[in-house]
Design a binder for this molecule. Sequence first.
Ligand code: BGC
Length: 737
Amino acid sequence: MTPSLVRSLFAVGASAALTAGATAQDRVEDLLSQMTLEEKAGQMTQLTLSALSSGRQWTDTEHELNVEALRKAIVEDHVGSILNQFDAAFTPDYWREIITAVQDIATEETRLKIPVVYGVDSVHGANYVIGATIFPQNLSLAATWNPSLSTIAGEITAFETRAVGIPWNFSPVADVARQPLWSRYFETFGEDPHLVSVMAAESVKGQQQAELNVAACGKHFIAYSMPRTGKDRTPTQIGMVELLDVFAPPFQAMIDAGVDTMMINSGEINGVPVHASHEILTGLLRDRMGFEGVAVTDWEDVIKLHTMHKVADSEKEATRQAILAGIDMSMVPYKTDFADHIVELVSEGAISEERIDLSVRRILRLKDKLGLFEEPISGPEHVQHIGKQASLDASLAAAREGVVLLKNENNALPLASGAKILVTGPTADALPPVYGAWSFSWQGAEAGLYPDTPTVLDAARTQFGAANVSYVPGASFNEELDLAAVTSAAADADAIVVCLGEPPSTEGPGDILELELEPAQLALAQAAIDTGKPVVLVLIENRPRVFTQVDAGAAAVVWLGEPGPFGPQALAEVLAGTLNPSGRLPFTYPRQNGSVVTYDRKWSEGSPEVFANGPQRPLYQFGSGLAYTTFGYSGLRVTDRGDALTVEVTVANTGERAGHEVVQLYVSDEFASVTPHVHRLKGFEKVALEAGESKTITFELTKDDLSVIDRTGRKIFEPGGFGFRVGDQATRIDWGN
Ligand code: BGC
């Protein structure tokens, strides 16, 4: 299915919504004027499906809706929003049954007939819909360095989510990954603010195409990705300059792309829980960044101001703090007393009714924009288009473009045709690590919920012929199993493919104590290396796990992250050489546990020479990745056009087969009022080049692009010298004096 077809499938719903748009203001104001305070408070309340259910969905149980609890929540407690599955993916038809029950009660049994806005985490495809198209996790999508894949993934995800009746998607994660210990690293688009901004904004544009009637949700505002210890939802300490320079740009890019909703960081920044910070939720998000949509809390985070963060001595006081800080809706998510607290707080004069109206107006406008008043659940005819071949092809394309070949000594890859391969390791014959968390269940670990797609081992057998592929488990994630069997099986093999990595996990359950890969896996890799056969290390992991100890002995290293259903096929194609790899690392791969430094470090953290050659140099650099061809650069030229700069460079495919190069433009601000980064990515373009072909690529940079956050927090352009680098080309200019 082509993207435009995806859009056209929802054209009918869209025209209804557009007509509604013309009268949106009137409808919302009209409703607001009729609503009781209790009804308004209910609109700001979001419950989770499990609170409205009497049985969970799992491998051996079927979900059961508690219709009485649902009716009470919607009719008596005026609840305006519901979220989530319970606990595993549903079929499209069953989703529609649930949403129909919800919307029927809301639009037929309540006084004002306001539809519910249902939200879900479709974070890499509609991952809670059985049969939906699953995409690579964001980190692997970012490794494609192809923004159009983020647009298409967003579009198909939104289509398939809306097809089952859900108009609100808690995605994309726009957190910038700077702390690899953090369990949600794989949910990000990597460590660089520009790359994250581009990919996140494209996801929003893809999801929020008018015809689809879906709201995206940028999350988690702000600096959630940088807990000091790396443990999820633990304190972040961060200065204003870094906050605005590193973490704000992706959120700004999503706001500029029109993102309808934002979810708030569950953690604290500099001692203040973000959910209680007026400075961040109103001063920064609304006043400075211009966000006008709905700000929803994360899971239980109003209550946690009282129970965990302990800045409020009661849940009611927590409610007061969060609302005055700037939240519009609370993902409560199990009970409705949040709404009761609002009513009391307004009656006591602690919160004005105007403040409540502000939030309710935003929520009603969202419902209106999504076409829910006209069509609370869109037509069943869309279900048949879920998981269509063309959508699967888009996921395959993303998996293919995201394979990063980090090392290829003496052209160990591609493997010769007819080669005999020994496949081993904990990620070789398992699907959950390949898909990652948020796959059919929250942690994604339940293999019994997965569809029957090929593992790496299956894909290798298909690609190379079953007779040429042998398999020995070797090690589980944390235990050696049969290293001796690996050694003996290697005798018949021409190469050993060692599949390392992590089981899927996220949030608290994904916290780890050590960045280094488990000793059992390092032992497995070493045993393979010790056989003297060429070893290909394959990394299927949630974040960069340190494996330096076995890197030198490996002939080739391939990083996949969590590439989704087609990752194994894409890997097999790269191993066989039918696919020329074109992924690039969206993060810096650390060499040591104790030396995690991002590529855009400060000068005190290492000049380019020290960074590239010193003992603390990363194992693999941000932006790196090889192909089965070579590329060369020439003619880097910067032209001053007054208000903007034009940067031109010519890239050539100097090898013997067609391939893709990612042209990356890095800029250094030579001197600045705050310490400048050694360099920063300011533009990139993925270019297809036939053997021998060359193309000239042009980037436009404005003064805004080269601005800094100064010591007072203003974003300003400081005239002076700027250095430019693309590949091995470098030049500089003075600008703005
Ligand atoms: C996560 C969010 C998610 C929410 C709803 C939270 O625990 O932090 O990213 O959207 O749950 O499932």
